[in-house]
Ligand binder design. Structure first.
Ligand code: ATP
Ligand code: MG
Ligand code: MG
Length: 377
């Protein structure tokens, strides 16, 4: 089979490699960290920097197509690789979605609704502009934040000043803290000839800024679900996106939909697609990369996905294998050596005929894994 290239070796990359393998492709993974989850199952693993010229030349000349699992790849590297072979997502889409400021400006310019925000690029701006309209707010670094890292809640100008310094005076956006009724996400694949396929809408519950549980299909009206899906399609089209894309939304009191952020890749909230849909988000990524028509995204059961996070007290092998005793639950561990606190180590997906029964079972399992949840650990 042809060789595909993958930039980034995290768990999303690992699941991409698994999908590619089952479809008969080989994969070369590039990641600077030696024991990354995708590197150890790849056909070829190049442990090097994403900007190393020789490496990019090597990757570009040996792969039929190259994709990413990580938005923080230098866009310039994607531009260089595109001189050798098909690269998706492309440098432009990644450069917009890897930078909160550019992403928000792109969304606003194209008429999409987002939470009220202001850009803060340097400490001088803290004394020039009035920020009180945005309090209580969240200060978010523009680049490299994930899982709620690089975000600080602020209620006053003094807290904002301190928070900006705590984020090392890096470019930020200050967003108003919105009263959320719930959060959802839509994953869309856009393939050759602009073919589009939407996955069912996921309802997402976060715990301290990290995705905790996804419930699918989301328990929202058909009308909102359809609106969110239409918006996701428009985002993909406005970006002229090729590949798999996730749009995270906030739903407010009056059914108002705001876009929170965009991920130019498969998404944690789409892991349920591996077990509950005819085609997974990772298979769809392979298909978009290889120019194969997209697969059906229909669901064959309701699903609830729960993330398994590292915990300081679990110094020994965690007890996650317990999950295997439940016959309608699928366990996925990412093969990470070190279970650092709050690190994503794996997930499980409970399949059932209704979301309510799947959710009950998922919560029962969650409780049995961790009877005394506490953030202090
Ligand atoms: P990810 O891992 O999804 O990339 P991230 O670090 O980029 O996370 P965000 O998605 O910006 O973080 O925010 C994480 C979570 O914090 C959101 O899913 C939501 O629960 C909460 N949150 C973020 N911004 C706001 C807001 N303006 N109002 C209310 N809640 C918010
Ligand atoms: Mg993010
Ligand atoms: Mg997010």
């Amino acid at each position: 089979g042809a060789m595909l290239g993958l930039l980034g070796g995290g768990q999303l990359g690992r699941m991409f490699v698994m999908a590619a393998h089952s479809m008969g492709y080989r994969v070369t993974v590039l990641d600077p960290s030696i024991d990354c989850p995708a590197g150890c199952i790849a056909d070829r693993f190049i442990c090097a920097d994403y900007t190393d010229r020789n490496t990019l030349h090597e990757l570009g000349s040996t792969c039929a197509g190259i994709t990413t699992e990580f938005e923080n790849i230098p866009a310039e590297s994607l531009r260089i690789l595109a001189e050798y072979c098909f690269v998706s997502p492309d440098a432009r889409c990644v450069s917009i979605t890897q930078d909160r400021i550019l992403e928000k400006q792109f969304l606003v310019a194209n008429g999409f609704s987002v939470a009220p925000f202001l850009v803060i690029q340097n400490p001088d701006e803290l004394s020039i502009t009035q920020y009180s309209d945005l309090f209580p707010g969240i200060l978010k670094v523009s680049r490299f934040g994930y899982d709620g890292k690089g975000q600080i809640r602020v209620n006053t100008q003094a807290e904002l000043n301190t928070a900006f310094a705590d984020l090392n005076n890096k470019s930020c956006v200050l967003e108003r803290l919105m009263p959320l009724v719930c959060e959802i996400s839509v994953i869309v694949a856009r393939g050759v000839d602009d073919e589009l396929r939407l996955f069912p809408v996921a309802e997402n519950q976060h715990d301290h800024g990290i995705l905790d549980i996804s419930i699918i299909p989301a328990r929202i009206s058909r009308d909102i679900a359809q609106k969110a899906q239409e918006i996701a399609i428009r985002v993909a089209e406005k970006l002229n996106y090729r590949g798999v894309l996730c749009v995270e939304f906030f739903i407010l009191e009056n059914d108002q939909l705001l876009i929170n952020e965009i991920a130019p890749r498969p998404h944690n909230s789409g892991h349920y697609t591996i077990d509950a849909c005819i085609t997974s988000q990772f298979e769809q990524q392979v298909r978009t990369l290889c120019g194969i028509p997209l697969g059906s995204t229909s669901m064959h059961s309701a699903a609830v996905m729960v993330n398994l996070l590292g915990d300081l007290w679990q110094k020994n092998e965690p007890n996650w294998k317990q999950v295997l005793q439940y016959s309608s639950t699928k366990l996925h561990l990412y093969g990470k050596r070190e279970a650092r606190p709050r690190r994503k180590m794996g997930h499980y997906t409970v399949l059932d005929t209704t979301t309510e029964t799947a959710l009950q079972q998922a919560l029962k399992i969650k409780h049995s894994l961790n009877p005394n949840p506490s953030l202090d650990n």
